[in-house]
Write a protein that binds this ligand. Structure first.
Ligand code: SF4
Length: 373
């Protein structure tokens, strides 16, 4: 039984108390409306043209936490360098991370690499969502997307976009404490409305509707293919659904060091298990060197930048560390003492910076600071 009043008994969908129902008799017309709209209006994305399992897998990994327009150039570059599972499986990890550079959440690249190696040694790739979910980096949503789109498995995908469409279709005003609670709530309904003869196309259509028409703030109800099936069907009302309690933004300060000695820049490489950075290099934080922020801030301020990561608003300031041999030695010793969990500090020649994997923002900052030198 779903947690907030949504009940599903076989194909019949009953939404109690706060939401409307989608009567089973209206499902064929609803499915036809959405599939017809999708066939006419879907974006010509590269993983949809000449579709292939490998392209679906790569696109689904890249699209986790990342918008389509950001993914497009990375996808083209990736396919050029790693055209199939075998090529990716045979590639060294440095090359894989380098080609992911700028997309963020680098554990996705490492998991995709591991997945390719697992697929390459199997007699045949997995076919069902349950089988895909056993591979590295594949959660319920990614497994459902890959299995339905590329293998025809009858399984529904539910992400924030799909849950939003379903909440509005049923005018479900339940308040959710988190995105994962929202997604969990709508899984039974998503399974009930899935078009059984076209599961992959249906899932893509639902995602496309959520991305192009039933968007968060300004849903285009008047041109929506599901208008006549929708219990909300009004932009002002729809914009308030689903009700999601937003986590408060937290402010964070990070003090970083710009330390150049003998033509080399000191960088910090994240541990392999780090979800967001996984072996990517960044300018070291004072804490990485066992230096307190106040001492680090005595150096001249070179750059200050703000960025948002999940619910954190992070202000990063980069300070010059005096370029003396004594300081460099002291920093190196301190660096070794503070390397933990596979993370490490490295001196990287200024001439080799373009060949190592840096996180996207740090690549920009390093280039900006070197251009000033
Ligand atoms: S009619 Fe409006 S609220 Fe309903 S599904 Fe379409 S865009 Fe969303």
């Amino acid at each position: 039984m779903p947690p907030t009043g949504l009940a599903s008994t076989g194909p019949r969908v009953v939404v109690a108390a706060v939401a409307h129902t989608i009567p089973p008799r209206s499902l064929p017309a609803l499915r036809r409306s959405l599939l017809d709209w999708f066939r006419a209006h879907r974006r010509p994305l590269p993983w949809r043209e000449a579709p292939a399992l490998y392209k679906t897998v790569v696109s689904e990994f890249m699209l986790q936490q990342t918008q389509v327009k950001t993914v497009l150039p990375y996808f083209a570059r990736w396919l050029g360098r790693f055209p199939d599972f075998a090529a990716l499986a045979a590639a060294p990890e440095d090359a894989v991370l380098k080609h992911w550079e700028g997309l963020g959440y680098y554990s996705r690249a490492r998991n995709l690499h591991r997945l390719a190696r697992a697929v390459a040694v199997r007699p045949a790739p997995p076919r069902t969502a349950a089988e895909w979910q056993e591979l590295p980096g594949v959660g319920p949503y990614t497994a459902a997307a890959i299995a339905s789109i590329a293998c025809g498995d009858r399984v529904a995908c539910v992400d924030g976009n799909v849950a939003r469409v379903l909440a509005r279709l049923t005018a479900d005003a339940t308040a959710f404490a988190s995105g994962s609670e929202l997604v969990k709530h709508f899984r039974p309904l998503a399974a009930a409305v899935l078009a059984p003869t076209h599961p992959g196309e249906w899932n893509e259509a639902m995602m496309e509707l959520g991305a192009l028409v039933c968007v968060p703030r300004t849903p285009a109800c008047t041109v929506c293919p599901l208008f006549k099936h929708c219990a909300t069907a009004a932009p002002e009302t729809a914009a308030a659904i689903p009700r999601l309690e937003r986590p408060k933004t937290e402010q964070r300060q990070v003090v970083r060091l710009w330390c150049v000695h003998a033509g080399k820049l000191l960088l910090h490489r994240a541990a392999a298990g780090s979800r967001r950075l996984a072996e990517l290099h960044e300018l070291p934080a004072a804490a990485d060197l066992g230096i307190d922020d106040t001492a680090a801030q005595r150096g001249a301020l070179l750059l200050r930048r703000s960025r948002s990561i999940t619910r954190y608003r992070i202000v990063e300031s980069i300070h010059r560390w005096p370029d003396t041999a004594g300081t460099a030695t002291k920093l190196a010793v301190s660096a070794q003492q503070n390397s933990a969990g596979g993370a490490a500090l490295h001196w990287v020649s200024l001439t080799e910076l373009e060949s190592i994997a840096l996180s996207g923002p740090h690549r920009r900052w390093v280039r900006e600071l070197l251009a000033r030198a």
